[in-house]
Design a protein around this ligand. Sequence first.
Ligand code: UT7
Length: 323
Amino acid sequence: MYLAYIKGVGSYLPSTILSNTELTETLGCTDDWIVSRTGIHERRIIEKSEATSDLAYFAAEQALRDGEISPEDIDMIIVATETPDHVLPPVSCQVQQRLGCRTIPAFDLHNTCVGFLSALQVAEQYIKLGTHQNILVIGADSLTRFTDYSDLGTSIIFGDGAGAIILSRSEKEAKGLISTTLHADGKYFDALYIPGGGSRFPVSEENKNKMVMDGRKIFKLAVKSMSEVLTETLKKTGIEKEEIDWFIPHQANFRIMEAVARNLDFPLDKVINTVSYFGNSCSATIPIALDTAIKDGRIQRGDMLAMVSFGAGLVWGSALVEY
Ligand code: UT7
């Protein structure tokens, strides 16, 4: 068995900002209400001319640069996304072509806000088995294209963006990616979903292609599941919570992040928060938060990171990584 570690990290956020004040008039709420319920001040919105593969490509370029690795040295690409440019083909193939990679395997993984952690777990297997050396793992989403801006719950939370890492075989003694844990339960599949645009209600049927969310149900289940899965991961690895340098939860609502941190006794100054200014970009939130905190100097090589996420499905999972 080999070790897998994060060799490079990158992210990309569209430049258009959607502030709370721009939303309050239509929604009939105030900036203070949005901030007090979610911690969110503004979110990023994809340009009209862009699609998810553009966000994914720009994040991937940065991760390659950061890891000082050329596209020819990538052995596989996995893109976690709910919002591909088209129903087919996969976004990963567009990224592969645009980066100029070899004809390496490239596929998309569809696991909502836990997509990035799921892709990380898949990549982990190939690296640890030794069949692959460098895997590009991307989380990229443009859920604002599927947001109903007359719906309070979803329009205040969601934004767009992409984050990417290069997961590589470790050449030296390091812990790297220590453990990943994933769970799913389809019982509440309709607590957060997009009814149309798939095989049940094809795109020709109107008004079914926007997100529908039972925010209160999701809130409670998110706090419970993320607290439990991180406790499970810590227990199975024998790592104490005091050893965690940085907590990187899925960025959906700061109150949820705060509640999970409190349940696990993580001090709030160890919680990486990007939701306040970038919003919830689904599968992209964790790699965006990781990249942000590396670039601003908080996360250093050797730091122990606890990542945890929750999303539509319902799905939840966590990962422990020594960066
Ligand atoms: O990408 C993932 C998906 N989406 C989300 O994570 C969104 C989750 N939901 C929300 O962010 C919020 O519900 C909205 C911002 C959409 C709406 O806010 P709200 O209408 O003010 O709802 P809320 O925040 O007050 O509701 C949260 C629920 C409440 O349950 P009841 O009383 O309605 O049954 C709270 O009592 O969660 C409960 N709650 C908590 N549960 C566990 C509040 N704090 C906690 C806590 N632990 N610390």
